[in-house]
Ligand binder design. Structure first.
Ligand code: ZN
Length: 164
């Protein structure tokens, strides 16, 4: 068993531990508009991000994670933060979190919520991929949705191929 929180300051450990033990947004969505899977080969983390959209706004999110504490907690925080945001706001959140993980202060007055508790990960470059995995998968989902149509569902794309 890894020591999942050795990287994190004690101050933030409880926040991360809470997300890791009770990840938010695990409930499958009845009818997602788009979903994508992500994989971090360095650590073995896997994630599914599914979105239900109202136009440009993310209405509901499912994040299903399997992996280390940091990737699971980061995905849970994503599920907390994302509902109600537009695609543009989601992209700004991704960039702000990425900046935080580079050890920078995120630009603007964006509230990163519990993500702030992962700032200690910046000191452990190998863990940055773990923390970013759900967010990169979210970005893939948003872009797939933007492209629209059959590309929005990976399952649907497989069905198309099978039909030839
Ligand atoms: Zn990991």
């Amino acid at each position: 068993m890894e020591k999942p929180f050795a990287e994190l300051d004690a101050l933030y450990r409880d926040v991360v531990l809470d997300h890791y033990r009770s990840p938010r947004g695990r409930e499958p969505l009845p009818a997602p508009d788009v979903q994508r899977r992500g994989f971090n080969p360095v650590c073995g983390d896997e994630v599914l991000v599914a979105l239900a959209m109202d136009g440009d706004v993310v209405r509901e999110v499912q994040v299903k994670s399997r992996g280390c504490a940091i990737s699971v907690a980061s995905g849970s925080m994503l599920a907390d933060l994302l509902p109600g945001r537009t695609r543009g706001e989601a992209e700004r959140l991704i960039e702000a979190f990425r900046a935080l993980l580079r050890g920078e202060e995120p630009a603007g007055d964006l509230d990163l919520g519990d993500l702030d508790a992962l700032r200690g990960v910046a000191r452990f470059p190998v863990r940055i991929k773990c923390a970013m995995l759900p967010w990169m998968t979210l970005r893939e989902s948003l872009r797939a949705r933007e492209r629209g149509g059959e590309d929005a569902q990976d399952a649907a794309a497989t069905t198309e191929e099978a039909r030839g």
